[in-house]
Design a protein around this ligand. Structure first.
Ligand SMILES: NC(=O)c1ccc[n+]([C@@H]2O[C@H](COP(=O)([O-])OP(=O)(O)OC[C@H]3O[C@@H](n4cnc5c(N)ncnc54)[C@H](O)[C@@H]3O)[C@@H](O)[C@H]2O)c1
Length: 287
C-alpha cells in the first residue's frame, strides 16, 4: 500500500468532505471517477487487484488533480476476498469512515460464452468478482457507515446494460452476474433506506475501455455487430460514466435510490437506430 496525501487549496466541491472507496480504480471507469471525485473535494482510496496498474494510475491522477483538498491513497485489493475488502474499509475508517462506496471492479472473461461453452470455472470466477465482490463492498460499507453514525451514505454498484437487454453475442456468466448486481442493489436500497444509506446500480453501455476494447481488438466485424445498435453511433467513454457516478455519490441525489441508473446513449431503448456520422465523444481526463 502506498500513501499519498495531496495538500490542496480548493476546499469546496460537490463531494467536499466525503471519503470514498473506488474498486477497479486502475481501470477505465475507476480512473476517471477517481479524478472527478478528487476534483469535487472527496478523499479517495483507489483499490484494485493490480498493484502495477494502481501505481501507474496514481501518477496519472496526480497529474490531473492539481487543486484537491482531499487525500488519495491506493490499496491492492481482490474484491472477491473479504479480508482485502475489510482492510480497505478499515483504512478509510481511519479517515473518519466511508461516505461513498463505488463497487466498480468487474471482469468479462475471454472464455465466457453461451450456455453450452462457458466453463464452470469461468462462471465461478465471474460470480466471485462481479457479485460476491459487490456484496462484500456493500456489507463493509454499511458496517463503516454505522460505526461512524453516518446519517447518509451512497453505495454505487456497477452493473451493465446487458442486465437489461439480451445480447446475441453471449457472455452468459457476465450477463448473469450483472443481473445479480441489479437485484442485490435494489434489495439493499430498500433494506437500508431509513438509515439514509442509498444504493444505486450504474448500467453502462459498451465502452471505450480496456475491458471491452482489448477483447474486440481490430476485429471490424465484431465491432460493427455492436456499433449498429448504438443510437449515437459510438461506444461510451469512461468519463461519461464517471460524471453519473459523481451525481449518485453527491447530495444532489439524496432522493435517488434503488435505481438502475442507465448511462447508455439510448441503446437499451432503441429499436431501429439512426444512420449517419457518429456523435463526437468527450475526452477522458486520465488518458
Ligand atoms: N467497458 C464496458 O464496456 C462496460 C460496460 C458495462 C459495464 N462495465 C463494467 O464497468 C466496470 C468497470 O469496467 P471498465 O470498463 O472500467 O473496465 P477495466 O477493465 O478498464 O477496469 C476494471 C478494473 O478492475 C480491476 N479488477 C479486476 N478484477 C478485480 C478484482 N478481483 N478485485 C479488484 N479489482 C479487480 C482490473 O484490474 C481493472 O483495473 C466493470 O464492473 C464492468 O463490468 C463495463
Amino acid at each position: 500500500m502506498s500513501t499519498n496525501v495531496v495538500a490542496g487549496i480548493h476546499p469546496h466541491g460537490r463531494l467536499a468532505g466525503k471519503n470514498a472507496i473506488i474498486t477497479g480504480a486502475a481501470g477505465g471507469i475507476g480512473l476517471e471517477t477517481t479524478i472527478l471525485f478528487l476534483r469535487e473535494g472527496a478523499s479517495v482510496l483507489m483499490c484494485d487487484i493490480s498493484e502495477p496498474a494502481l501505481a501507474k494510475t496514481l501518477s496519472k491522477v496526480m497529474e490531473m488533480t492539481t487543486y484537491v483538498s482531499g487525500r488519495v491513497d491506493t490499496a491492492r485489493c481482490d474484491v472477491s476476498n473479504e479480508e482485502d475488502v475489510k482492510a480497505c474499509v478499515e483504512k478509510v475508517d481511519e479517515w473518519g469512515g466511508v461516505d461513498v462506496m463505488f463497487n466498480n471492479a468487474g471482469i468479462m472473461h475471454g472464455d465466457d460464452a453461451d450456455a453450452t461453452a462457458t466453463p464452470e470455472k469461468i462462471w465461478d470466477l465471474t460470480m466471485n468478482i462481479n457479485v460476491k465482490g459487490v456484496w462484500f463492498g456493500s456489507k463493509h460499507a454499511v458496517l463503516s457507515l454505522r460505526k461512524h453514525n453516518k446519517q447518509r451514505g451512497s453505495i454505487i454498484n456497477t452493473a451493465s446494460v446487458v442486465a437489461l437487454v439480451g445480447s446475441a453475442t453471449p457472455q452468459l456468466a457476465y450477463t448473469a452476474s450483472k443481473g445479480a448486481v441489479l437485484a442485490l442493489t435494489r434489495e439493499l436500497a430498500i433494506v437500508h433506506a431509513r438509515e439514509g444509506f442509498r444504493f444505486n446500480a450504474l448500467c453502462p453501455a459498451p465502452l471505450n475501455t480496456p475491458l471491452l476494447q482489448d477483447w474486440l481488438g481490430d476485429d471490424k466485424e465484431k465491432r460493427h455487430r455492436r456499433e449498429v445498435h448504438f443510437p449515437m453511433g459510438r461506444f461510451g467513454e469512461a468519463i461519461e460514466q464517471a460524471q453519473a457516478v459523481v451525481f449518485l455519490a453527491s447530495d444532489e441525489s439524496t432522493f435517488v435510490n434503488a435505481t438502475d441508473f442507465v448511462v447508455d446513449g439510448g441503446m437499451s431503448k432503441a429499436y431501429v437506430t439512426p444512420e449517419g456520422a457518429p456523435t463526437s465523444a468527450p475526452q477522458n481526463l486520465g488518458k
